[in-house]
Write a protein that binds this ligand. Structure first.
Ligand code: PRP
Length: 190
């Protein structure tokens, strides 16, 4: 393993946990046909695995959102870059995220989605870095509690790179990765 990063959540642990979440959702939504909304880009890999673990008819939608400046500045300044195609009136919506930090992104998104008349909205995130929370939000499904560390892999990026790592790595020295952005490239193959 590189000195720049270490495995925080390995691929097998992720696989098992995603299957557990899928089983929970299957039980909770029995007899219903939920709409899973993935927030690009980070949530896409989690969505791909999660949806295969849900034994229910379901639909999938995608949204892209931009944030400006740092987390605090972005309060109220979130913008929809790409909206979903379908409508969610009367539907049971599950928003699928890779990570929740401040909660500002989801706080905005949930308010926006609620105005569209769904029957219910729940949040499912693989990682919950709740120590960074600013906006209180109700996260119903959490894969793992995430320590206050920079993480990459399984959808999470560093400057758009490393989303395709199979494991989730913690990067204790982000400055080292900034100096050598390709430092984790050897890990992509394994
Ligand atoms: C991440 C993540 C959430 C958001 C959470 O997305 O996917 O959408 O940050 O942060 P918050 O709780 O502080 O609002 P990011 O902006 O990194 O974009 P990406 O998914 O395209 O990498």
């Amino acid at each position: 393993m590189s000195e720049v990063a270490s495995v925080l959540f390995g691929r097998e642990d992720i696989r098992r946990r995603v299957e557990e979440l899928g089983r929970s959702i299957t039980g909770d939504y029995e007899g219903r046909e939920p709409v899973l909304i993935s927030v690009l880009k980070g949530g896409s890999m989690f969505l791909a695995d999660l949806m295969r673990s849900i034994a229910l008819p379901l639909e999938v939608e995608f949204m892209a959102i931009s944030r400006y400046g740092n987390a605090t500045e972005s309060l109220g300044r979130v913008r929809i870059l790409m909206d979903m195609r379908g409508d969610i009136v009367g539907r049971h919506v599950i928003v699928v995220e890779d990570i929740v930090d401040t909660g500002l992104t989801l706080s905005y998104l949930i308010t926006t989605l609620r105005a569209r008349g769904p029957e219910s909205i729940a949040i499912c995130t693989l990682l919950d870095r709740s120590v960074r929370r600013i906006a209180p939000i109700d996260v119903r499904y959490v894969g793992f509690d995430c320590p206050d560390r920079f993480v990459v892999g399984y959808g999470l990026d560093h400057r758009e790179r490393y989303r395709n790592l199979a494991d989730i790595l913690a990067v204790p020295d982000v400055a080292a990765l900034e100096r050598d952005p390709g430092a984790l490239t050897p890990l992509l193959a394994g």
